[in-house]
Design a protein around this ligand. Structure first.
Ligand code: ATP
Ligand SMILES: Nc1nc2c(ncn2[C@@H]2O[C@H](COP(=O)(O)O)[C@@H](O)[C@H]2O)c(=O)[nH]1
Length: 197
């Protein structure tokens, strides 16, 4: 006997990838982990932020950041073009809104690599977002990595380490914590959290 269908068609499960936010203190290894992960999985779309910071050697406009002037950043903010923005250690950084929404709409896995203040703003505006905290194996190792990178002056390193104390204390606000002992392991764990593998 043919089955008689009664009732309404069930909604398909929501399989859209969620927005993932990766935060953690400066120097913990966020960019290193993300670059490693995207080598194998370029389908993970990483938002390119706007910043008023000056480029480091090798950093390219439109690839690592959109390097903008203070006036340009003022306009991006005033025009509501940023999903979130924050001042961090003397410079401003923000996530261009339109590109993120477009990629999410297409169903692509989207990753933001942003500071704690930005993560908190995303939590407010997009409560579905998954917030991942990248923690250092120890405070001493964080200092070693930030100093060893050799990209910041001692004064800027001090400012970033001061921010790091606040950021480390905020770790319980995040959905997940990954400890960056091994770049390969963390990249794998992050991919799994993003449902990419
Ligand atoms: N697991 C690891 N073990 C040892 N060194 C690491 C590890 N991960 C990253 N590093 C090194 O630590 C330094 C800082 O890494 P990276 O620039 O990726 O940090 P970040 O969190 O993106 O910093 P920022 O927030 O300032 O941009 C780099 O020199 C990098 O090679
Ligand atoms: N709130 C935001 N923070 C951002 C964004 N892009 C990067 N960042 C964070 O800033 C610090 C410093 O970065 P650096 O490249 O100067 O070392 C770091 O924590 C980044 O994750 C952003 O769009 N919004």
């Amino acid at each position: 006997m043919a089955a008689t269908f009664r009732g309404t068609t069930p909604e398909p499960p929501d399989v859209r990838p969620r927005l993932t936010v990766l935060s953690g203190p400066s120097g913990v290894g966020k960019s290193t982990v993300v670059a490693h992960m995207r080598k194998e999985h370029p389908e993970v779309w990483l938002s390119v932020s706007a910043t008023t910071r000056k480029p480091r050697p090798g950093e390219q406009h439109g690839v690592h950041y959109f390097f903008v002037t203070d006036d340009e950043m003022d306009k991006l903010i005033a025009n509501g073009e940023l999903l979130e923005w924050a001042e961090f250690a003397g410079n401003r950084y923000g996530t261009p809104r339109a590109a993120v929404l477009e990629r999410l709409e297409k169903g692509e896995p989207v990753l933001l690599e942003i500071d704690l203040q930005g993560a908190r703003q995303v939590r407010e505006s997009m409560p579905d977002a998954r917030l991942v905290f990248l923690a250092p194996p120890s405070w001493e190792e964080l200092v070693r990595r930030l100093t060893g990178r050799g990209t910041e002056s001692p004064e800027v390193i001090e400012r970033r380490l001061a921010a790091a104390r606040t950021e480390l204390a905020a770790e319980p606000e995040f959905d997940e914590t990954l400890v960056n002992t091994s770049v390969e392991d963390v990249a794998r764990e992050l991919l799994a959290l993003m449902d990419v593998v």
